[in-house]
Design a protein around this ligand. Structure first.
Ligand SMILES: [Zn+2]
Length: 443
């Protein structure tokens, strides 16, 4: 979408409404960009611009259009303002739950993008109406007022609201599977793809939804993840051109968890891989476009597969971009970004990120090694080694005879007669900030 097209589709009144701003009868507003007691901003709907007369204004007396308005209001770059404008045009902004609770309008969705955009909006509203979805998101530590996420209750093709055109499009693009047989009613039967799943949107370069990722809310071991067929797009989207430090996570939920942390969001851009073998060609092309990129941070799971992927992709990126700093966040055994949040306060993510290590074994350039030492001093003392924790745990096992599970030294489990106890602890490189959570579950 070109800037001129955006300006023709997004009205200044929509942007003002989005921020709950209402001009007075003289079309003036208290300027939202600085403290303003008397309305200093004049709105001109004729030219779709606004002008602030205050000398304190960061707009410096420039006439501002919808994109400028978003840029000043969000304190973001022009590129990000353009993306924001697009989501407003698509009606994809999370601030408007109630008003859009219905199904997509009854018209023929013309393309896959068109259909997926509409369906994602519908799924997003589904979260507000679904207790299982809310419960699941809460369990995973995700806040749907911050993260764009949907829920597919699998109901949209049922009942009196059903729409033939919509059904046909959904069958065409894989959201409904035609079961061929006719039900009791004599109507064709369909199975909803990704039913009872929470849904995330994958976006293309223009920030349009071009793919969907489904995560089951039911804990079935073998059927938890689904991508809509012909997977396309990236989550949460293409990193913006100014990206300097890019975090790669192993899963979409991990990326969503990181993005909810304001501290992290300010410093880094985040991009989800599609599993440990999921650095796709599309990811690679998106990374290639980042001319300002200085560092790629691999924040994968603390297991064998995660470690192997760090080796594989670290080496691959280093070969392709010798000047790029590749670093690795060491995640405790058998944990991942999202699981860490379930036993710890969110600071653990920042701590882990701050103590990330440059993967220096991919190269032996002295300068880069020196740089590594400057940026990442060796860990401080006073933290017991993993071996020591294991030994201590083993002693405990002997004492208590049974019931203590020490397989993961950072998550000790003990089943007593009355309750189950879990101690989730994590060492960090500062004496005063060892974090421990004790979880007691009554039996
Ligand atoms: Zn102003």
């Amino acid at each position: 979408m070109e800037i001129t097209e955006i300006k023709s589709k997004l009205l200044l009144s929509q942007v003002l409404h989005h921020y709950h701003l209402k001009p007075d009868k003289n079309m003036r507003l208290c300027c939202p960009f600085h403290p303003d007691k008397t309305p200093s901003m004049q709105v001109y709907y004729k030219t779709q611009t606004a002008y602030c007369f205050s000398t304190n204004c960061p707009t410096h007396g420039k006439s501002i259009d919808v994109i400028d308005f978003l840029m000043y209001k969000e304190k973001c770059t022009k590129h990000e303002a353009i993306l924001k404008a697009k989501t407003l045009i698509e009606g994809n902004h999370p601030e408007a739950p109630g008003g859009r609770s219905g199904l997509p309008p009854k018209s023929v969705p013309t393309s896959r993008t068109d259909l997926l955009g509409r369906m994602f909006t519908y799924f997003k509203n589904g979260v507000y109406n679904s207790q299982p979805a809310k419960d699941y998101l809460k369990k995973r530590g995700l806040d749907f007022s911050k993260t764009e996420v949907g829920y597919n209750s699998g109901q949209f093709h049922h009942g009196k609201r059903k729409d033939e055109n919509l059904i046909n499009s959904c069958v065409e693009y894989g959201l409904l599977l035609d079961l061929g047989n006719k039900g009791r009613t004599g109507n064709p039967a369909y199975r909803s793809f990704g039913k009872w799943c929470i849904v995330f949107g994958l976006r293309d370069r223009e920030h349009k939804i071009v793919g969907l990722y489904f995560r089951s809310t039911l804990e079935k071991k073998d059927q938890r993840h689904f991508y809509l067929r012909d997977r396309q797009g990236l989550y949460p989207g293409y990193p913006s051109g100014e990206t300097k430090r890019l975090i790669l996570t192993e899963s979409i939920i991990d990326a969503a968890s990181l993005l909810e942390e304001e501290e992290i969001n300010k410093k880094y851009k985040v991009l989800a891989l599609y599993g440990t073998n999921g650095l796709t060609e599309e990811h690679q092309l998106a990374i290639k476009e980042l001319k300002e990129l200085k560092e790629v941070i691999l924040f994968l799971n603390g297991d064998e597969a995660g470690k192997k992927a760090v080796e594989k992709y670290g080496a691959m990126l280093k070969t392709e971009y010798p000047d790029l700093k590749i670093s690795n966040v060491e995640v405790p055994e058998n944990e991942d970004v999202n699981s860490l949040l379930q036993g710890h306060s969110s600071e653990i993510l920042t701590h882990l990120l701050d103590s990330r290590k440059v993967c220096d074994h991919f190269f032996s350039n002295e300068n880069q090694l020196k740089e590594k030492e400057q940026n990442y001093p060796s860990p401080k003392l006073f933290t017991p080694s993993k071996e020591e924790i294991k030994q201590a745990a083993k002693r405990l096992v002997k004492e208590s005879q049974k019931g203590l599970d020490t397989e993961n030294p950072y998550n000790l489990k003990y089943s007593g007669k009355e309750a189950k106890y879990q101690i989730k602890g994590f060492k960090i490189n500062q004496m005063d900030s060892l974090k421990i959570t004790l979880q007691i579950e009554e039996l």
